[in-house]
Ligand binder design. Structure first.
Ligand code: UT7
Length: 362
């Protein structure tokens, strides 16, 4: 049977840092509230386009795999905040990379976009339809934020990660996955005024907004991710003690603690970086995977468990068997253009606009 080895990995986190204290300068919140409820200490704010972050992450992943862009036959992009809908953003990335032989598909399943993409790419490799696939997950979520809404604005950040998967006969890569969607609760996370169901004939169209039922999402996230993890462990005939590292979606440290407790994981089995980046939606897992490799937390032959949950409400889990190689074949010096502003300076107009709007509609 064919498998899809993860041969390359890379990340891009923009340099501008927005701390909890920065947030407290323009909204009624505090470092104490944010850290105690979420574990988040700071997040990154993008100063360029989403595709610029995706390009950097992809170039690192391609170098790690030792591949040229022209060798890719498919690019899958998990993202709900793309540069553009037409052309789709996977094709913008394909062109900028010079991936002339690759099909390019955007996947919008929010926070689960990377895991969904890895599942789709792996199975396309298994059927023989594709051989070398770039799977990207990331978000430019600050662009769509309502900076007057404290219950949402403090949770998210911008970042992107990518992996290369390639056909192999060795039993490695994503061995099994379980994905699904609690569509009955789809409006528990909703970005409004974005999409063709919203009238363009009112000024509301200019203000993207959020409906977010935090507690409902929290409960469902823990339950669905735990169930999905148990499914994949059972399918693969493994127990939690066989798992060397869990690389989960990073939305809230309390969700990760509750998940660990529910399925019987030890705290040090779970990779956590939510304190540095907040919830970067589809970016969390590929960025965490890359950092786990950089920090030598993954070893040849390790079983990894991934779990994710997000708008839709989509969920998923997967088991990966890592291959023999834990170091990049080559390194890339790809980086974002220089950033000369602080995170607050980047966001200033955006924040002022939303604050003025919220005063008008209060
Ligand atoms: O990746 C997609 C999935 N997303 C998630 O997984 C997020 C899931 N949900 C959560 O992480 C948590 O529910 C939150 C972090 C969003 C909220 O934590 P919570 O413990 O559920 O707080 P809460 O919503 O019950 O709010 C408690 C209080 C409220 O005040 P009152 O009504 O008790 O007076 C809120 O108004 O905290 C208030 N509050 C804030 N206070 C300071 C809400 N946001 C803030 C804030 N700063 N930023």
């Amino acid at each position: 049977m064919k498998h899809a080895e993860i041969t390359g990995w890379g990340k891009c986190v923009p340099p501008a840092i927005l701390s909890n204290k920065d947030l407290a300068t323009f909204m009624d919140t505090s470092d104490e509230w944010i850290t105690s409820r979420t574990g988040i200490e700071e997040r990154r704010i993008c100063h360029c386009n989403f595709s610029d972050m995706a390009l950097v992450a992809s170039r690192h992943a391609l170098a790690a795999a030792g591949l040229e862009p022209g060798e890719l036959d498919l690019i899958l992009l998990g993202c709900l905040t793309p540069d553009s809908h037409c052309p789709n953003t996977a094709s913008i990335i394909a062109d900028a990379l010079g991936a002339r032989n690759a099909a390019a598909i955007d996947i919008n399943s929010a926070c689960t976009g990377f895991l969904y993409g890895l599942h789709i790419g792996t199975n396309l490799i298994r059927t023989g339809a594709h051989k070398k696939v770039l799977v990207i997950g990331g978000e430019f979520i600050s662009h769509y934020m309502n900076w007057a809404k404290r219950d949402v604005a403090v949770l998210f950040g911008d970042a992107c990660g990518a992996v290369v998967i390639e056909a192999t006969n060795e039993e490695t890569g994503l061995l099994t996955a379980s994905i699904g969607c609690e569509s009955d609760a789809k409006y528990a996370i909703q970005i409004t005024n974005l999409g063709s169901s919203y009238s363009r004939m009112t000024d509301d169209f200019l203000y993207v907004d959020w409906n977010f039922e935090g507690q409902e999402v929290f409960k469902r996230a823990v339950k669905a991710m735990a169930q999905a993890c148990e499914n994949v462990l059972e399918k693969q005939n493994l127990s939690v003690s066989d798992i060397k590292l869990v690389v989960p979606h990073q939305a809230n440290k309390r969700i990760l603690d509750a998940l660990a407790k529910r399925i019987g994981l030890d705290e040090n089995q779970v990779f956590v970086n939510v304190h540095k980046y907040g919830n970067t939606s589809a970016g969390t897992i590929p960025v965490a995977l890359t950092e786990a490799l950089e920090e030598s937390k993954i070893h040849p032959g390790d079983y990894l468990l991934m779990a994710s949950f997000g708008a839709g409400l989509t969920w998923g889990a997967g088991i990966i068997k890592w291959s023999d190689r834990i170091t990049p074949l080559k390194k890339s010096d790809a980086d974002l253009p220089p950033c000369n502003e602080t995170a607050l300076e980047i966001l200033e107009n955006h924040i002022n606009r939303y604050r003025a709007r919220s005063k008008l509609t209060a």
